[in-house]
Write a protein that binds this ligand. Structure first.
Ligand code: NAP
Length: 548
């Protein structure tokens, strides 16, 4: 904390403590925002809770963590030099390589000098009279800036399960989102894992390779599909580097900014045989094609969804030898793609191993965690290591962790108590000059995230340039613009099957008492429509905002 002054001490705040912009978070969005604002000539300071840059990829260093997006569609696109310099090793990069990449970016663009690591911001207050934000860190130090930009991530606050006795376990215990920096050895160990979301699936298939004995506690299964990862050979590397403009164009044109574009046909428009051939093709291809490149109506029409749900259910039954276990792994409470589809590599085959046990806790619920392990309604399972892959307080959790006070002392937490309301997912009324990258109701929440992050950051940078050019120092959305955007956000979700299912998309986290009710937290209108809307707002002199 070199550049913050402690206002509790005798030393008064001096001009040097005041920046043009403060960014909270040095993940993918915070780093790029820093780069762009510095190029505008602004004095910028980034405060980052971790001891390194990289955000998600700094914290989620659990075994098996890797992209579900093609690596070359995920990296930053803003620098041709960076694109040509960096060689992705695999089509779907693993966490260590991604973290290396982000560190490479930090060095290449000399970002570190403006990033303060190990500094968790716990409070941010808007000074109405002088129109600046003051942030305060966990250790009580403060800094001020005209603009406050949150780059705190949509899935960055891990949640532990609300199970009695979590603290009493005497062995090693880890949440995947706070994985330690040392290697965890599973050889000859008895390991228990709770959670079978995208994270659980990745960690289970990796741990199963070396573990002594693994027990998976599954509450609800998810529909998973094969990732089909492979190394990138030299010829492919050259091809990738020669085709970045097309790669990013394809991403720009697709709904979720992935390389996979929705098929224009409806599922029932084609014969059952043709559908089967198409599904087989999607199942055998790498990445999210089966989710994002499928028939246009599989996430909208129940009959269409039933066809792909039936196909993937059959695949699970084919891959798992024991029909009773296979049945437990086939979701019955939701259709394919209505929750986030985990991509996997031999995940289902793990359950054919003699040293792997699946405990269906919807049948035999977990009663408590004991000193020795996990106790269900019928018995105690003893472990050396327990892994919690129990998810996150998604989208709003990172905001709730900071006491953000806007005009008239209103806190953001109070304002959003019944669900967030925003304008473009980038600002909220009553909180002037606060810009929320990847905030709630922003397309970036349901996107191949770096693609939408770049859009968010470019838009914010253009806004700040516009304000500088026009000697404007205050921006806040009007109440009307916010209400109309929030209504539009809900309209984008209307008719989508995933609104009928509990998941973090719908703001549900059963471990958190304030997150038991479904509330739509994302933006489902698609990245291209969102970009158009943001561009139109800018082209019309930032309509919907009050600027002074
Ligand atoms: P998640 O999807 O919320 O899954 C959490 C899992 O823990 C669920 O299986 C949940 O069961 C279980 N669980 C939670 N509390 C429990 C309790 N008290 N008792 C028993 N089980 C409990 O979280 P996640 O897997 O960490 O994934 C979150 C998101 O991160 C993903 O959707 C994805 O967007 C992102 N992610 C991306 C990648 C990638 O790009 N490759 C990898 C990992 C994660 P229920 O389903 O019954 O609630």
């Amino acid at each position: 904390m070199n550049n913050l002054k402690n206002t509790e001490s005798d030393e008064p705040i001096v001009m040097a403590d005041r920046y043009d912009a403060i960014i909270i978070g040095a993940g993918i969005s915070g780093m790029y925002q820093l780069h762009r604002l510095r190029k505008l000539g602004l004095g910028v300071r980034v405060f980052e809770a971790g001891d390194g840059v990289g955000g998600t990829w700094y914290w989620n260093r659990y075994p098996g963590a890797r992209f579900d997006s093609e690596s070359y569609s995920y990296g930053y696109s803003f620098s041709e030099e960076l694109l040509q310099e960096w060689d992705w090793q695999e089509h779907f990069s693993a966490q260590p390589e991604t973290l290396r990449y982000l560190n490479f970016v930090a060095d290449k663009f000399d970002l570190r000098k403006d990033i303060e690591l190990g500094t968790r911001i716990t409070r941010a207050t808007f000074n109405e009279q002088d129109r600046y934000w003051e942030v305060q860190s966990e250790s009580g130090n403060r800094a001020r800036a005209e603009f406050l930009i949150t780059a705190i991530g949509p899935i960055s606050v891990p949640t532990m399960p609300n199970i009695d006795g979590v603290e009493s376990f005497q062995g090693e215990a880890y949440h995947t989102g706070k994985w330690p920096h040392h290697t965890v050895d599973f050889k000859d160990k008895r390991v228990g894992i709770i959670g079978t979301g995208a994270t659980g699936v990745q960690v289970i298939q990796e741990v199963a390779k070396t573990v002594g004995h693994l027990t998976v506690f599954q509450r609800r299964p998810n529909f998973c599909a094969p990732l089909h990862n492979s190394p990138i050979d030299e010829a492919t590397q050259r091809k990738i580097k020669g085709s970045y403009p097309e790669i990013f164009k394809r991403c720009r044109e697709s709904h979720g900014a992935f390389l996979h574009k929705t098929d224009s046909r409806a599922a029932l428009e084609v014969s059952a045989e043709e559908r089967e051939v198409f599904y087989e093709k999607l199942y055998s291809e790498p990445g999210f094609g089966i989710w994002m490149g499928n028939f246009r109506d599989i996430l909208v029409t129940q009959e269409a969804n039933d066809t792909i749900t039936d196909f993937v259910s059959r695949k699970i039954r084919e891959r798992v030898s024991d029909p009773v276990i296979a049945e437990k792994l086939v979701p019955k409470d939701h259709g394919f793609g209505t929750r986030r589809v985990p991509l996997e590599t031999n995940y289902y085959e793990v359950y054919n191993q003699d040293n792997v046990l699946l405990v269906d806790i919807s049948e035999t619920p977990i009663h408590n965690i004991s000193r020795k392990g996990i106790v269900t309604s019928i018995r105690e399972y003893e472990f050396d290591i327990i892994i919690y892959a129990t998810g996150f307080d998604a989208i709003t959790g990172a905001f709730d962790k900071i006491d953000i006070q806007g005009v008239n002392g209103q806190t953001l937490k109070e304002k959003w108590i019944d669900g967030p309301s925003t304008y473009l997912g980038l600002q909220t009324a009553g909180f002037p000059n606060l810009l929320t990258l990847v905030g709630p109701h922003n397309a970036a929440t349901f996107c191949n995230i770096p693609r939408c992050i770049e859009q968010n950051v470019d838009w914010v940078t253009d806004l700040i340039r516009f304000m500088r050019d026009n000697n404007l120092h205050y921006i806040v959305p009007t109440q009307e613009a916010e209400e109309s955007w929030t209504e539009h956000v809900f309209e984008t979700a209307e008719g989508l099957l995933f609104t009928k299912v509990d998941s973090w998309f719908m703001g549900v986290n059963r471990n958190l008492p304030h997150k038991l009710k479904r509330r739509f937290l994302l933006y489902a209108g698609g990245a291209p429509a969102y970009r158009e809307r943001c561009d139109a707002v800018a082209a019309n002199g930032y309509e919907g905002f009050l600027l002074e």
